[in-house]
Design a protein around this ligand. Structure first.
Ligand code: SF4
Length: 334
């Protein structure tokens, strides 16, 4: 199905497998979603739920082997990115699709100055001269709130604090004013004050540049604060998605409900006991033929163990992949 006019990025039936010595790991299983221009889409789920692998699959950042994209379509500007040649993908990455990862120390090159690393995409993707790239690099540092930007261009990454390095990563990611920015746990390693500053920066950048953002995180509080829509992933699948206010106030999938219950609630002076989800996220050796959550789901019944629950549209653009959610929806509409 082609991307709608309203989508800047459209992912259909994406399947990614890792071929390991002992067998296959089905890391991404039939993932489909659309991203609207200017939208901020949150992606949540435990470690191993397939969030990062999904995003790395669609921008061609997984090493192959062992990764293999078995099927799917990723439409961006009328092109299926899964069919793009490596050189074309390099042009798109960092140019029209930017990305920021969790740890800027492993993403920034320690032996090059920040100015060089900022100017490089400007020269490569936009063809700016050395002098123009340097000027733009200083403007970008200023845009992300780094004081004395022209002097800081000649500094190396280790001369910046953790929060400042993450700001530099955002500056590099937005240097070419991408249409889509993918941010993978960009604030997880930062303390809460710096995290708040980065989130404010993202709000401003999004407003100013109008880019669509995919924000991957474990932190449901961050998603509640900044996202328009949220995708909940489990076992390499989307188990629920919809407008963030709807999904968080009326979660339909037992996994989303359990995730929300793990968020610490502090009432008055007494904090409640921290809840956890018993068991572990699955490592799937084949395409799922049942509900992947059934070993951990308190509401599981026979059908869940033998049949795969499809995503059912509940209301508006809110959907969930659970037999009980589907039954409740039919009952509510009867
Ligand atoms: Fe639980 Fe069954 Fe729903 Fe899966 S389909 S989440 S096991 S009730």
């Amino acid at each position: 199905m082609p991307a709608t006019n309203a989508s800047v990025l459209s992912v259909k039936d994406l399947k990614t497998v890792f071929r390991m010595r002992g067998g296959e790991v089905h890391a991404v299983n039939s993932v489909s979603f659309d991203l609207a221009p200017g939208e901020l889409l949150g992606v949540v789920g435990e470690s191993g739920s397939g969030k990062s692998v999904t995003m790395m699959s669609l921008i061609g950042l997984l090493p192959s082997p062992p990764a293999e994209i078995r099927s799917g379509r990723v439409e961006f500007e009328g092109r299926n990115l899964l069919e793009a040649e490596p050189a074309e993908m390099r042009r798109i990455r960092g140019g029209k699709i930017g990305f920021v990862f969790q740890d800027p120390m492993t993403s920034l090159n320690p032996v090059f100055t920040v100015g060089f690393q900022l100017a490089e995409p400007l020269r490569r993707h936009l063809g700016l001269s050395r002098a123009a790239a340097k000027n733009r690099a200083a403007e970008l540092l200023e845009l992300v709130g780094i004081p004395d930007p022209r002097r800081r261009l000649s500094n190396f990454p280790h001369q910046f604090s953790g929060g400042m390095r993450q700001r530099v990563m955002f500056a590099i990611a937005i240097a070419c004013e991408p249409k889509v920015l993918i941010a993978d746990e960009p604030t997880t390693a930062l303390d809460v004050t710096i995290q708040a500053q980065i989130l404010e920066l993202v709000r401003e950048l999004r407003k100013g540049l109008g880019m669509a953002i995919v924000w991957i995180t474990h932190d449901l509080g961050v998603i509640a604060g900044i996202s328009d829509r949220v995708i909940v992933m489990y076992g390499g699948q989307i188990v629920e998605q919809g407008p963030v206010a709807e999904v968080f106030s009326d979660p339909a999938h037992p996994y989303t409900q359990a995730l929300l219950e793990t968020v610490p609630a502090v009432r008055g002076r007494r904090s409640e006991k921290l809840r956890t989800i018993k068991g572990q996220a699955p490592v799937l050796e084949s395409s799922p033929s049942s509900c992947s959550f059934h070993p951990r789901c308190a509401l599981a019944f026979n059908r869940c163990r033998g049949e795969f629950p499809p995503r059912i549209l509940l209301e508006g653009s809110h959907d969930a992949a659970c037999f009980l959610a589907a039954e409740a929806n039919i009952a509510a509409n009867a």
